[in-house]
Ligand binder design. Sequence first.
Ligand SMILES: C[S@@+](CC[C@H](N)C(=O)[O-])C[C@H]1O[C@@H](n2cnc3c(N)ncnc32)[C@H](O)[C@@H]1O
Length: 297
Amino acid sequence: MTVRANQTQNHSAIRDRLRSIPAVYFLYGILMRCVFETRAFIATAVWAASSKNQKHSPLPPPRLLHRVCGSFSAEDYLDSGRKDFKKLSNIFKCLEIRKNQPAKILDFGCGSSRTLRHFFELDSAWEYFRTDLDQEAVEWNQTNFHGQANWCANQVTPPTQFRDNNFDVIYAISIFTHLDEQLQRVWLQEFKRILKDDGTLIITVHGKAVWKDKKDWRQKVQSNGMYFMHTHKGIRNLTRTPSHYHTALHCRDYILATWSSIFPNIQYVDAESHNEHDYVILSRRGFSVVKNISSFI
Ligand SMILES: C[S@@+](CC[C@H](N)C(=O)[O-])C[C@H]1O[C@@H](n2cnc3c(N)ncnc32)[C@H](O)[C@@H]1O
């Protein structure tokens, strides 16, 4: 999430200094893990106590919450999910993907359904699919949203189990913000295979709003088009993210130039604040330009 990119920015100067003294850096890692585990323990106890009287749809356990929104807070998870859902619905509306017309929608890298759970509240003819490599999240989804979407788990690299020309819409929120260039390329190819000819792909990225104020990030992104920033995980791999998973920053021109070899039609929508992701809307065939796009970002 963008939240994580900003946290990385705030802490990286301290970490760089500590890293030059390995013993101190090691102790810092242990301290950070203790703090994280204590907070996770308290949040899990509160979650377990409150989930008994819960009236709304189930909330994921705090460790899963943290993996998708960088916080243990249920409000952050629900509010940010609702906000992203609104942006997606607006794009759907602009592209004339209507609720009363059947459509197959895939949430790629769904995590614990932060956005998709809001689609379930719609009265629509849409059929939902979701996939992730996080087995714990997939199992939580299967148990808690049983029957509301078709589930599967995928590997770090393609293929998925889906057949060719299958989906009307694929969206990937906060996934390409964490993959390196090679993984991005192979996943774009896989999306091309499983998306219908006239289907739409929606991907979020960390664009200019995220990196423009940080000089060394800006230089790296602008000189290479994208910058894949390895986060030293070590003992502090707090949320136990997989080894391929770091932070990717993108330049708009790079995306327009390179992704267009796979999806010739691209619309790039800049975020308005540094806490937001940019949206990239892609298709093999032409699509109507998304109008009034600034109304939802
Ligand atoms: C920041 S979370 C975002 C989750 C969800 N899309 C959301 O918006 O809440 C990133 C997700 O990407 C998933 N992920 C990372 N690499 C993946 C891959 N190669 N295939 C599928 N999912 C992946 C992670 O497991 C994690 O659930």
